[in-house]
Design a protein around this ligand. Structure first.
Ligand SMILES: [Zn+2]
Ligand SMILES: [Zn+2]
Length: 270
């Protein structure tokens, strides 16, 4: 006669399968490339295999000394930084926002793949060290309360937390807020973007940034309008400086059509 466990094992097995499934959606195995998904040895902290990495464009070479975007010529600064107030000291990015860098940003932002933050932040930390940034605290570009509710998290906040932990820098949480939900920045030209972010951010904790060198973190830098506006309110709260670090930044495009020195950036949804 067969003996059965009093409550059977099936519910337990079901629970285990369910937990494994949940874990698989939340984490990937450290042996799998975060882009092609293939199992590779020695991936390193970036989580990207050599083949995939070779296809990505590192944000380096001829870049604007201020916003860090790749330029089409050998100018020191892009037209935007030359002709407008940029409140951050410098901004730097790991990758050019194209190809798989877009895929990763989308996965983190819209695909619910929170686990990507750890890998993306690892390369941002290397960038921070390579650029010899010298900050004493970290904060993230905030989302509006509405957007944060919809998404359940702020992707910039996930990156910033990883960075602050690794670099042992103080994390300044919830000291800057987005006070107006100004909609999508996508499909807006430079002038419209500038207008759209004006007055959209505020510092709620007046002591948080006093006398500090702040590292402001975001996933993507497009025209730099958002980063500059957030830097502006942080400086107003008596910070010593604001440096910006993003995972990717768009290439600087000149548009003869808009005449504002910036083309339209349709690929980014903020
Ligand atoms: Zn790969
Ligand atoms: Zn620039």
């Amino acid at each position: 006669m067969k003996k059965y466990a009093p409550y059977g094992t099936k519910p337990l097995q079901k629970a285990e399968i369910l937990l494994t499934r949940i874990a698989k959606t939340l984490f990937v195995d450290d042996c799998n490339c975060i882009i092609c998904g293939e199992e590779k040895f020695g991936l390193g902290r970036s989580g990207i295999c050599e083949e995939c990495k070779a296809k990505m464009t590192v944000n380096d070479g001829e870049i604007c000394k201020k916003c860090g975007r790749v330029l089409a010529n050998e100018a020191e600064y892009c037209n935007t930084c030359q002709n407008n107030d940029r409140y951050f000291g410098v901004a730097r990015s790991v990758y050019v926002y194209e190809g798989d860098a877009v895929k990763l940003v989308y996965g983190l932002k819209f695909g619910g793949k929170r686990y990507l933050a750890k890998y993306m932040a690892a390369e941002m930390i290397d960038k921070y060290l390579d650029e010899e940034f010298d900050c004493d605290c970290v904060t993230a570009v905030p989302l509006s309360a509405k957007r944060r509710r919809q998404r359940g998290y702020n992707q910039a906040d996930l990156l910033a937390r990883e960075i602050s932990r690794a670099l042992k820098l103080d994390y300044v949480d919830k000291a800057v807020v987005k006070t107006k939900d100004n909609g999508e920045q996508a499909k807006l030209g430079f002038a419209a973007r500038e207008e759209n972010v004006k007055g959209a951010y505020a510092v709620t904790d007046k002591e948080a940034f006093k006398g500090r060198k702040v590292l402001l973190v975001d996933d993507v830098l497009t025209t730099g309008a958002t980063a500059s506006e957030v830097a502006k309110v942080i400086l107003k709260a008596k910070a010593e400086s604001v440096s910006v670090l993003t995972y990717a930044s768009t290439k600087y495009k000149v548009s003869s059509e808009t005449g504002d020195g910036e083309g339209k950036y349709e690929e980014q949804m903020v």
